[in-house]
Design a protein around this ligand. Sequence first.
Ligand SMILES: [Zn+2]
Length: 263
Amino acid sequence: MEASLTGKKLLMQLANLKSPEVEALSRDTPVVVPIAALEQHGLHLPLFTDSLLLGEIVRRADARLANLAVFAPLMWLGNSDHHLDFSGTLSAPPRTYLDLLSGLAENLVFHGFKRLIFLNGHGGNDVPGRQAVFEVRQRHRDRADLLLLLATYWNLADPTSLPQLGLRQSQLLHACEWETSMILRLAPDLVGEIRSLDPVAPGNAFEPASRAWITKDRSALGHIGDPREATAEKGEGLFQAYADGVVGLVERVIAWNGKDWEG
Ligand SMILES: [Zn+2]
């Protein structure tokens, strides 16, 4: 365990624990595995955007939860095949990624942990992540004490309910107003010129059908949304809302009675 910067709270980072310390933990302790990506984020944001954002949200949530949950190191390699036409993107193909996540979940189940949360910060991880926890559940169908979750951080809070933030978009998109705002708050030196970037609408003419896509289908420059509207102040509000959302989810997992579908 490692003391936080304040020296007051004990944060439980799996990477810093010694094996006997893990052995001594209650197996009802939730284990949070942050999963993100390294992929193009337009002309103006760094490749590591999703990992930087999720890392900051996790840092804030971890500081508040202290020793109530174990946080695994953030896994930066995600499923980003749809962005591969843009230089620098690295990707685990979907089936590889699915197997990687399910293998990781199996490790934690093998060690006796029962409450697992893949905390996701990248859209391309959502489908394989859901499938991974679904498949692990099927393999352990004799168990009633497993809680296997995949949660994408931007679904854990609704910042549009906070009018004081002045958000112009109605949802998080890609290298957009919201993501750019959070990077402006976190690492402004990494943000390039945004005022000249034309907005890219997120629409899908065939909704509610789910249309297969690669990023080039939708955006020549790589962003979707309106980065021109980004400010560091909006970024701070978004970080607070999403950290609240993560803390709320982990608290619900802690409160689970350990056996029932409800409760
Ligand atoms: Zn992103």
